[in-house]
Design a protein around this ligand. Sequence first.
Ligand code: G16
Length: 544
Amino acid sequence: MDIRPVATKPFAGQKPGTSGLRKKVDVFQQPHYLANFVQSIVNSLPRDQRDCLVVGGDGRYFNAEATQIILQVLVGNGIKQVLVGAGGLLSTPAVSHLIRKSNANGGIVLSASHNPGGPGKDFGIKFNNASGSPAPEAVTQAIYQNTQSISQYLAADLPPVDLAVGEEYRFAETTIKVVDSVDDYAQLMQSLFDFDKISEAIQSTRLSLCFDGMHAVTGPYATRIFKDLLGLPDRALKNCVALADFGGGHPDPNRVYARELYDFMMTDEAPELGAASDGDGDRNMILGRKAFVSPSDSLALIAQHHQSIPQFKSGLVGVARSMPTSTALDRVAQHLNVSCYETPTGWKFFGNLLDEGLVRLCGEESFGTSGDHVREKDGVWTVLCWLSILADLQRPVSELLRQHWTAFGRSYYCRHDYEGLEADKAQTIMDQLVRNRGSILGRMVNGMTVSDVNVFSYEDPVDGSVAHNQGVRVQFDDQSRVVYRLSGTGTDAATLRVYLEQIERDATNQGADAIEYNDVLGEFANHIAQIREVSGLSQPSVKT
Ligand code: G16
């Protein structure tokens, strides 16, 4: 077997976004494109941090071919050990756990998350560091710089590597071990939750679940954990066969793309809990019977009821949310007397806070929640948190939501996405908002007055790094907000996200639909940012 340097040239635009490099799959299929990026990852690693790397992906179209290319480059570079998921499959939180458990130097995740998969659809790659966290900006920047000056990569002429579980190979300096995709993760979950208690509630029919795997990577995880270990019946699991094109669907667990589950959960026949996860298993959607739990509320309720979750029995210490996520968590944190951090969008910003033990629970409005057990958001874990809460408190989700709103006020929250914008127009909208600050201050809507307009910057309290320009906040006098930011995960044109939050403290007015409740504020947000004038879009493409 030869190891040879392959001459190559930089590709423009290999710049990681909110969560790694995401492009159309045919971009990744170009000769050298993926190998260049993987070589750049290796080049960014100090020589003494090339002992062990984890590789796994969400199984989307091109996952199998990409895994072989990655192995060729890692062997070519003499990485001592590579742990790869069987069939090249690992959910994103499972990669994070495996990195931590095996003391690896990092890992490579193949996924475009909730974006569709298949020919003509999306693909992605990202690097996670030794603590299992998506690489911080300094590292992604170093990788990007490398892609822009690369002239060769090292590749081993490997035969096709059969990724059957238990196989072990030795090529040149490298050992490749194929590990079960689910085993380690399932054991971790068993160590964090009281499976007997949840199982007992299920057997006594006090607790029931419908989980939608969206034909994505969590299918096998859900089957092992919810069915084999907790004893839920087959009918509790929908779409749990992982497919390379996610069955032609959009593996995004929200009310739009997990519509069937949502509609079912709004009927009298619905189980206590409904849940869905995304392409790579890090996102989640939580529903009760006739109750949608917004991701921000889900996070706040997990914090409120953390004593029902064995992992958090010793207390939360601190919690964190991304800036656009609703402030429901802040009010619970204040009540619990624990710190609440506000970070930019992107799970990587939680990494340092978790590593330092400053927070134990984090979440984002984009259907992501997780704890200090891994350094990624974690869909199946979130479902287990809810199962634990329901098994312990024995109250319906709808009642828990009502109690929460009565005690803490309700953050009526929703997001308007304006998709398909030309990049320069999207930027113009953001720039104008800041320029027009003076004329926006004092404007009124729904009896609220704009009291501040500012640009969010974040200084990491651990390493002092600063992230500038992380979104524009329009703040009202009653703490309600509109937040504007540009998405960093798309593969096409720009998407402008407008996050709407109104806080209703009157318990008699907390039962409305959040999307409808925010319609007037949404129009106001469009108006003050001149979205219609600049982009021609009078309505958002999606409201979630
Ligand atoms: C990624 C990040 C999240 C972020 C989300 C949306 O999630 O890990 O932190 O909230 O993208 O980002 P944006 O608003 O920039 O599109 P995932 O699940 O796509 O990896």
